[in-house]
Design a protein around this ligand. Structure first.
Ligand code: GDP
Length: 199
C-alpha cells in the first residue's frame, strides 16, 4: 500500500476573497458539491483525518474558500457548498461570483472534484459546475458518493447513466463510485486526485 499524500493536509485559511488565498503557485484542486452531498466526509476519508473538513463547517466558514495545504506546494480547496440551504438570493449571487472568479482566475487550479450523492446526481448545481468547467477547460472529476446506499447493480447503473448524460452534454468528466462510510473507491479517488495535481 503506497503512503497517502493527502494525509498531510493541514488547514491554512478561510478566505472570503481571492486575495486572501495563498500565493497562486504550485498546484491545487477544489472540492465542490451541494450541501449534504457528502463533501466533508469525502475530504476526511481521502485525507484520513476525522475532523479535517469540520473546519469548513464551523459557523461563519461555510461561505468561505477553506484552504488545506499538502506537501510540495500542493493544496486542496473546499468550496462553499450550496443547494437547498436557506440563504438570501444576494448571498447566492456573492458565492457564485466568488467561485466563478476563483475558477477562472486561479492559475494553480488543476481541476475540480465534484461531489454528488449517487442517489440524486446531476442536480442544477452539478450541471452548472460541469458546464462551467467545460467552458473554461478545467478538468472535472466526479465522485458519486454514498454508494453504500446502492446495491452493486444499482451503482453500476447509476455510473453508466451519469456517464451517458455527461457525454450527451459534452461534459468531458471522469467519474467513479465512492463511499466515505464503506470506504470504497478511496484509493481510486486518491489516484485520480494525485494525477490532477501532478498534471
Ligand atoms: P457535506 O454537506 O457535503 O459536507 O456533507 P457531509 O459530509 O456532512 O454529509 C452529509 C450527510 O451524509 C451526513 O449525515 C453524512 O453522515 C452522510 N454521508 C456522507 N458520506 C456518506 C457515505 O459515503 N455513505 C452514507 N451512507 N452516508 C454518508
Amino acid at each position: 500500500m503506497p503512503s497517502n499524500p493527502f494525509r498531510s493536509a493541514q488547514f491554512v485559511i478561510s478566505a472570503a476573497q481571492l486575495r486572501q488565498l495563498p500565493a497562486d503557485e504550485g498546484a491545487e484542486i477544489a472540492f465542490a458539491g451541494r450541501s449534504n452531498a457528502g463533501k466533508s466526509s469525502a475530504l476526511n476519508v481521502i485525507c484520513e483525518q476525522h475532523g479535517l473538513a469540520r473546519t469548513s463547517k464551523t459557523p461563519g466558514r461555510t461561505q468561505l474558500l477553506n484552504v488545506f495545504a499538502l506537501e510540495e506546494g500542493r493544496r486542496l480547496i473546499d468550496l462553499p457548498g450550496y443547494g437547498y440551504a436557506k440563504v438570501p438570493e444576494e448571498m447566492r449571487v456573492h458565492w457564485r461570483k466568488l467561485i466563478d472568479a476563483y475558477m477562472r482566475e486561479r492559475e494553480s487550479l488543476r481541476g475540480v472534484v465534484l461531489i454528488m450523492d449517487s442517489r440524486h446526481p446531476l442536480k442544477d448545481f452539478d450541471r452548472q459546475m460541469l458546464t462551467y468547467c467545460t467552458e473554461i477547460e478545467l478538468p472535472c472529476y466526479v465522485l458519486l458518493t454514498k454508494a453504500d446506499k446502492l446495491s452493486r447493480s444499482e451503482g453500476a447503473k447509476t455510473l453508466a447513466a451519469v456517464r451517458k448524460e455527461c457525454n450527451a452534454n459534452g461534459w468531458p468528466a471522469h467519474m467513479q463510485l465512492f463511499s466515505a462510510l464503506a470506504k470504497t473507491g478511496v484509493d481510486e479517488a486518491r489516484m485520480a486526485l494525485g494525477n490532477l495535481l501532478n498534471a
